[in-house]
Design a protein around this ligand. Structure first.
Ligand SMILES: [Zn+2]
Length: 101
């Protein structure tokens, strides 16, 4: 049992040292990272008619979803002044996401 585990470990080590495998792995990784960077989630945003501050809508969705839904007079609360106001679909706009933190 013990000796079998040692042999398995040696095989894995020599495989990962194969330069072709390492370079293929590296290429795949960098492509993944590029896709993730470009895929920022836009924030559905409103401008408060009371204080003029922009604040994120309580209903967050992506652009394709927002394009398909029907909206009329949604009551939302401003996160800056706390007052409620009614918004229509044309009042909503997307702001590029700044990376969630
Ligand atoms: Zn406000």
């Amino acid at each position: 049992m013990g000796s079998a585990r040692i042999i398995w470990g040696e095989q894995r080590t020599s495989q990962s040292l194969n330069p072709l495998l390492v370079s293929l792995k590296g290429d795949h990784r960098s492509t993944d990272n590029g896709n993730m960077g470009a895929k920022e989630t836009p924030v559905l945003t409103l401008v408060c008619p009371h204080c003029g501050e922009a604040f994120p809508s309580m209903m967050q969705m992506d652009r394709p979803t927002f394009a398909t839904i029907r909206l009329k007079s949604v009551l939302e609360h401003c996160s800056a002044c706390g007052k409620a106001a009614r918004f229509e679909k044309g009042d909503y706009f997307f702001v590029p996401g700044e990376g969630q933190s």
